[in-house]
Ligand binder design. Structure first.
Ligand code: GTP
Ligand code: SPV
Ligand code: MN
Length: 625
């Protein structure tokens, strides 16, 4: 006797639901998914639940296909080598679309190419999208990922739903955001940020697929519709282009929401420092990509007696509470960190975070199944065979680089040995200082304190840094990266500066603002400051200033500088304090004029008047010297 079990298959249109229950989704989500199915023509729909079984199933598939390699030296760690053309954010293909151009970009000087955001009209963008998205998922599974930025259910959190045809993206989203069926409950019938991602490589494939990483570098497009709270990303699987909860949502879309609702979405780490006197402080710091946020957030103090705990390493959402205190949360759930340079000396806490359940993208591999990159020379067995990120045999001492300079680890924040017990506190943590910084090889001292909130905003507006591998820029040129937000601004940068200025209100305890530079070099190009764990010495000075210690600063045209001898240098050999703090007049006259010129060119009439006035005052002060 044969029993026939009837298998009920849900369908959306004629496309089967491979996992999950479509009827349990809210009407708004159903409409969104149905629209995506109709347009992208996937072979199936997979509604994700964030469970371990789901991860196991996806990892199994990716191992079979060869997209992932198991790093056998650890538990549940994997290596992914992408198509070598898909290794970084693509700023030139990243757009924001609003009805009014000047909601997105400032009034730049005539004839000048704007660098603070790229705008396209929704009508023109529609043409671009229509040339890409129809049937873009043919022959592929469409994953539907419910995720929360911030703890699920917290009043400060926001919900997104991402569809993607990449299971690598699904795996990373599960680490970087909170993916769970609880998100559907919290969402109810509410609105969510619509996140659409496709590798842009439907079957049958048109282009030779490299490394089992189907993508479409010629047609990459990452586009945002802040008015509709929608993101569409095509052609790339690389972090900032494809993990849409991260830069696209938590910075570009969220900065627009924050402007409207009176809060801040910033490219900042949040960390806690407990001093030898057992007093705890929280600070936030904004450095451009690949300029040291992850390292500072997990700092291993070079001076005994301090305890550091990490709240977040890349993005901060902050708002003033009813008692006027600025409180911040980390909207992410994981770290997507730069691998090269990370080792047990520079960042042991990151190393300990990614010993399991992590994904390594475009790093090299040792013959004993471990990860490898520049900086691990002393931490692998001598003479061990290495395979580069491009799959070539290699050994230490061989020319060239083993790992891509923008290779990254993706690891759960909960595994960080110094994650702060309050890192998921829905109320957030109280922030007493905001620190800007960048890679400045010449002229810029180790630390500067702003003279006022507005002066701090001016300092933030003038942040510059040497280009890094985080995006497509090449060479060592110094680029403006105001507020470390240039690639991530969701709206007109002049309006953004005004929003910052407007945050200062009676009754609010405004954080003090600082600027740091770990990257000043001597005449031989050698760093003047040891950096990493020794940065605690600078933090200590900053915290004494937050406590109002008036005996440790001296005035200068660019802000308050430490009085000689007030930064603890004990135990450091050959730190040339004079060189670390010198303010070459010619350098600063040029720099001040160049910054003003940048704002005139790039922000034009949208520049708040106070910012230009403060720059004029700075120039006048140097002229008097
Ligand atoms: P994104 O993830 O791109 O936003 O980068 P990030 O700001 O988190 O930068 P990260 O901490 O990953 O550091 C990037 C690179 O700078 C790494 O190669 C580090 O080794 C190096 N670095 C970080 N801190 C210091 C420092 O204090 N001194 C020096 N010399 N290098 C540093
Ligand atoms: C950055 O570039 O600032 C990053 C990596 O944190 S990405 O997610 O690619 O933006
Ligand atoms: Mn970043």
């Amino acid at each position: 006797v044969y029993e026939v079990h009837e298998i009920v298959v849900q369908r959306v249109g004629h496309v089967p639901v491979a996992k999950g229950d479509f009827t349990h989704l809210s009407k708004k989500v159903q409409r969104f998914v149905a629209h995506c199915v109709q347009q992208f023509k996937p072979r199936g729909i997979y509604i994700c639940d964030g469970s371990q079984e789901e991860a196991d199933e996806i990892i199994h598939k990716l191992l079979e296909r060869g997209t992932l390699t198991r790093l056998t030296k650890y538990k549940n760690n994997y290596l992914c080598r992408t198509d070598p053309e898909d290794v970084a954010r693509v700023e030139s293909k990243t757009f924001i679309c609003t009805q009014n151009k000047y909601d997105t970009v400032p009034h730049v000087r005539e004839g000048v190419q704007g660098t603070l955001g790229r705008w396209m009209s929704p009508e023109n963008m529609k043409k671009e999208l229509d040339a890409r998205f129809p049937s873009c998922m043919a022959g592929r599974m469409m994953y539907v990922i419910p995720f929360s930025m911030g703890p699920v259910g917290s009043p400060l959190s926001k919900i997104g739903v991402q569809v993607t045809d990449s299971n690598y993206v699904l795996l990373c989203m599960r680490i970087m955001t909170r993916v769970s069926p609880k998100v559907w409950e919290v969402l109810g019938d509410g609105d969510f940020v619509k996140c659409i991602h496709s590798m842009g490589c439907p079957r049958p494939v048109q282009r030779r697929v490299k490394n089992h990483w189907p993508c479409n570098p010629e047609k990459v497009l990452i586009t945002h519709f802040p008015e509709e709270r929608k993101i569409k990303s095509f052609g790339s699987g690389y972090g900032g282009n494809s993990l849409l909860g991260k830069k696209c949502f938590a910075l570009r879309i969220a900065s627009v929401i924050a402007r409207d609702e009176g809060w801040m979405a910033e490219h900042m780490l949040i960390m806690s420092i407990t001093t030898p006197k057992k007093k705890e402080y929280f600070v936030a710091a904004a450095f451009p990509s690949a300029c040291g946020k992850t390292n500072l957030a997990m700092l291993n103090p070079g001076v005994p007696g301090y305890k550091i705990q990490c709240v977040g390493d890349d993005i901060a959402w902050m708002r003033f509470d009813d008692s006027g205190v600025l409180r911040g949360i980390n909207p992410e759930a994981g770290f997507f960190g730069v691998a090269p340079g990370t080792n047990m000396k520079t960042n042991p806490n990151a190393m300990l975070t990614f010993q399991e359940n992590s994904i390594f993208t475009n790093v090299a591999e040792t013959a004993d199944g471990g990860y490898y990159w520049e900086g691990l020379e002393d931490e692998v067995p001598k003479g061990i065979g290495i395979t580069t990120w491009l799959g070539q045999p290699w050994h230490i001492g061989h020319g060239g680089k083993s790992a891509h300079p923008n290779s990254r680890f993706t690891a759960p924040a909960s595994q960080c040995p110094i994650i702060h017990p309050k890192w998921e506190d829905p109320k957030g943590v109280p922030v007493c200082a905001i620190i800007f910084g960048g890679r400045r090889p010449t002229g810029v001292p180790l630390v500067i304190e702003a003279k006022s909130w507005a002066h701090g905003v001016m300092i933030g507006a003038c942040v510059k840094s040497e280009a890094t591998a985080a995006a497509e820029h090449t060479g060592k040129n110094i680029m403006h990266d105001p507020m470390a937000m240039r690639p991530f601004m969701g709206y007109n940068f002049g309006h953004y500066l005004q929003h910052w200025l407007d945050l200062e209100k009676p009754g609010r305890k405004m954080p003090k603002i600082f600027h740091v530079n770990w990257f000043r070099v001597d005449e031989n190009g050698k760093f003047l400051w040891p950096g990493f764990g020794e940065n605690i010495r600078v933090l200590d000075w900053i915290l004494r200033r937050c406590d109002g210690d008036d005996s440790i600063w001296q005035d200068s045209p660019i802000g308050l500088l430490p009085k000689k001898g007030t930064i603890n240098m004990s135990g450091l050999s050959d730190v040339r304090e004079e060189d670390l703090f010198s303010l070459p007049t010619h350098y600063w006259l040029d720099d001040t004029r160049e910054s003003r010129r940048f704002l005139e060119d790039q922000v034009g009439s949208d520049t708040p008047a106070i910012i230009t006035q403060l720059l004029d005052q700075q120039e006048a002060a140097f002229q008097k010297l």
